[in-house]
Design a protein around this ligand. Sequence first.
Ligand code: FAD
Length: 379
Amino acid sequence: MLTDEQREVRELVRTLARERIASRAAEIDKSAEFPWDIVELFRENGLFGLMFDEEYGGVGASALLTLVAIEEVSKQCATSGLILAAQELGALGIKLAGSPEQKDRLLPKLASGEWLAAYALTEAGSGSDSAAMASEATRDGDGYVLNGSKRFITNAGVAQLYTCFAKTDRTSRHRGISAFVVEAATPGFEVGRIEPKLGIKGSTTGEIFFDECVVPAENRIGEEGEGFALAMRVLDRSRPGIAAQALGIAQGATDYAAEYAKGRETFGEPIGSHQLVAGMLADMETRCEAARGLLYRCGQMIDDGIEGPELTKLSAMTKLFCSDTAMAVTTDAVQILGGYGYIQEYPVERMMRDAKITQIYEGTNQIQRLVIAREMLRD
Ligand SMILES: Cc1cc2nc3c(=O)[nH]c(=O)nc-3n(C[C@H](O)[C@H](O)[C@H](O)COP(=O)(O)OP(=O)(O)OC[C@H]3O[C@@H](n4cnc5c(N)ncnc54)[C@H](O)[C@@H]3O)c2cc1C
């Protein structure tokens, strides 16, 4: 599905990830510290620019190429792959619905990687049911006063730009929500606890608070009441990024298990010669290739400018299939390595822990199934 030029970029990112990121993955997992050196590597090599148009300092946005880059990086390190996926997630609101002034002011900083971005939708009381959010934005003269909090926000504390959602009309559910750009330095904006967690340990996941946080009206993205629809449009475009992260993890684990199966001997033969192990490897590889087919098709659909129900459905299917593949395949990789799969010296236990989140964030896989079925059953 890729053009020669796209294959070249894939090869460049693949080499970069093998040579510069693979050796950092275990340390990032162990220290659970945000890897600024990887951000610097992405800046130096222009990887953030893949997601942005040339007029904003990017290299000409391509969804497919961005997904390929996230996949290649995540093969080596899922935390590092998420840095790219989260940049796209945090930027998409502005890309899709920002004013020309917002785009000119903010996108170049994101395209160069000078600023990292975050997307703040989830709250303590509203995850899957995001329209039940309690954060409020009250109009006051030339600005809005934000009050409330968000939970589980990727890049909390490391991002300079937060795309935030809050109620401008409490009497309404979906239609009462608006979107805002909040810069980290804004008075009344604070980062709270960063959560220790099972996997993607180098990525920060934290609370953010708005306490009488005044945001200028020119930071509202789109019109009042359009925030929920925008949040969903963003997810249609960003879920494939999580699918790419998931597929990278799955392919990384499959490749590792295949190499291991060539070298490890039992009963006088490499374990890959035992048919039960060979069959597992074949299933793992097949699942990854099927997942890649969906992922690349979804990237191409975005690049072709297709939006609406068709993208909503394919993007949910892609995230669902790639993340379920990642969980199944990494579990099998641990099995193929036997006891060695379960210990930290080998990367597949990390990959299995990293895989789990892909079934949860940007909408759990139960929610993806509901989205797919809703599109199927629409009159
Ligand atoms: C590491 C990490 C990073 C994250 N990053 C971000 C971020 O950057 N920005 C952001 O806004 N959010 C982020 N999230 C939040 C994430 O998207 C939510 O946790 C997720 O959408 C689920 O919401 P919840 O945790 O409130 O679970 P709940 O909504 O309470 O769901 C609990 C369980 O019930 C199921 N369930 C709920 N409703 C239904 C239903 N109608 N039918 C069937 N089953 C249902 C769910 O599938 C789940 O299994 C992150 C979370 C984590 C853990």
